[in-house]
Design a protein around this ligand. Structure first.
Ligand SMILES: [Zn+2]
Length: 138
């Protein structure tokens, strides 16, 4: 999961409730981005608009406040961006998740030791990280 060979962003299906007409619909949401592979998404990330969905009934566009795992390869940095991570309990949950992933086997454990893991809840902070990354790896 940490270094998946995926060339595209990792996506999963989610149920969204339209804020306008309250219709519940299914859509593909992004939960993992590899910055070295996906420049277009990096731009959307910076504006906080990575997860854009549109209601099929009333066409209302929404941007979702979901957590996204961002891989800053080739730098050894993994960031979980989650607007809800202002809460300590949410942060602790992400930390536990990460630890359980790298404890899965010895290879991942080695990767984990070399990799910096950050949990970010503020968009400004994420913006700075992505901007710096783009400058270095243009
Ligand atoms: Zn709607």
């Amino acid at each position: 999961m940490l270094r998946s060979g995926d060339k595209m962003a990792g996506r999963s299906a989610a149920e969204i409730k339209c804020v306008k007409c309250k219709k519940v619909y299914e859509c593909n949401v992004i939960d993992h981005i590899d910055l070295s592979q996906d420049r277009e998404l990096a731009k959307n990330l910076k504006s906080g608009k990575a997860n854009r969905v549109q209601c099929p009934k009333c066409k209302k566009v929404q941007y979702l406040d979901r957590s996204i795992v961002i891989n800053f390869e080739p730098e050894n940095l993994i960031v979980v961006f989650d607007p809800a991570a202002k809460k300590k309990t949410v942060r602790e949950e992400h930390e536990r998740d990460y630890k359980s992933v790298i404890a899965f086997n010895e290879i991942l454990e080695e990767v984990g030791e070399e990799t910096d893991f950050k949990i970010i809840s503020k968009l400004d902070q994420l913006k700075t990280l992505v901007t710096d990354y783009m400058k270095v790896h243009e």
